[in-house]
Write a protein of this length. Sequence first.
Length: 220
Amino acid sequence: MSKRFDPALIPDFPNLQYEAECWQRGELAAGLDEAGRGALAGPLCAAAVILPSSWNGLEKELFGVRDSKQLTYLEREHWAPIIRRVAQDWTIAWVQNEEIDQIGMARAGVLVFERALAGLKSQPSQLLLDYFELPRCNVHQINLIKGDQRSLSIACASVLAKQARDQHMLVLSDQYPVYEFGQNKGYGTPGHLRAIEKFGLCPLHRRSFCEHLLQQKLFD
C-alpha cells in the first residue's frame, strides 16, 4: 500500500531543496511539467527548465512563481519572460492533437517530455517531475507529489508550458472563432461543448476525446 502523502510537506512557495541537492554534486537538475492534458482541442505542451546554480538570490528573484494553475493569466504573462531570462536553459515541446489521437494520451504524455528533454542544450543529471515517470529515460528522476508546488524548477516549467499553450490557443482561436479557443483554451467548458454540438468537430479537436463524449451523450 502506498504511503499517504503529508500535505505539510508542501511549502508556502516552491523552493530549491531538490535542486540544491543536485548542485552540491556539481550536477544540473531539470524541472519538467506539461499543460493541456485534459483539453478537448489543441496540442499537449511541455516545458523543461534548468535553473542556474550560481545565481545568488535565485529564490528571491523568482519569488511568486508557483504552480501555473495558482496564477492568473496576467501573472503567467508577467513571469514567463522572467523565467526565460533567468534560466540557464529551457525549452518548449509539443505533441499535436493528431498525434494524441494516434498514440493515446498516456504515450503522448511521455513523448512530450522526451521532446522537451531533447530540446535542451545542456544535459541534466537529474529530472524533477510532478508525479510522473519517464520509463525510457536513463537520467535519474525524482517524482514528487504536488511537485509544481514544491520544486521551483517544476513550477517554472509549469508556467512556461501553460503560458506557451495559452498563447498558441489564442492564435488558433482566430482560425476557428466559433469555438472560442481564446477563452476556453480547448477545454470542455459548457460553451465549447455547445459549439461542438452545433458546428461539429474542427481539425484541432482530439477526436478520440470528443467522439467519446458524443457517444456518451454528455452534451445534453
